[in-house]
Design a protein around this ligand. Sequence first.
Ligand code: FEO
Length: 172
Amino acid sequence: MLSEKLVAKLNEQLNYEFYSSHLYLSMAAYCAGENLDGFANFFLVQAEEEKFHGMKFFHFIDDKDATIRFSGFEDPSAKYQSVLHVFEEALKHEKFVTKNIYALMELATEEKEYATISFLNWFVDEQVEEESMFNNLIQKIKAAASDPSALLLLDMELAKRTFTPPAADTTN
Ligand code: FEO
C-alpha cells in the first residue's frame, strides 16, 4: 500500500503532466498565430504526449488502489515574444518537471516503494529525451535566426511530427 505522502506526490505529478499538455496547447496557439503551422503541430503533438504521461500516472495510481485526484491549474497563456522564446520557456518547464520526477523518485526510494521506483524509471529516461529534444530545437532556431528560409524549412520538418504512443504501453 502506498503512503499518503507518496499518493499526494503522484497525484501532484499527474496534474503537472496535464498542466504540461495545457501549456503546450497555449504554445501551439502562439505558433499558429504567427503562421508557423509546423511549429504549432509540434506543440499539438507534444500536448498529446503530455496527456499520455498524465494517463500513465492515472493508471498507476489506480492499479495501486489509491485515489486519483485532479486539481485546477494556472493560466498558461504567457506572452511569448518569439518562437525562440516559446522553446526556451518549454525547456525551462521540462527542467522543472525533471526536478519533480527526481523528488518523487527520492521519496519512493526513501520509502522502498519498488513498484513506484520501477514506474518512475520510464519518466527519468523520458525527461532526458525531452530536454535533449528542446535543446536541439533551440540550437536549430538560433541558427535559423539570420536566415528566414531556414526557419520555414524547420517549420516544414516539424509539420511532419505525429503522435505515436510507445508500443510497450498498450496495457495502460
Ligand atoms: Fe511529461 Fe514533458 O514531461
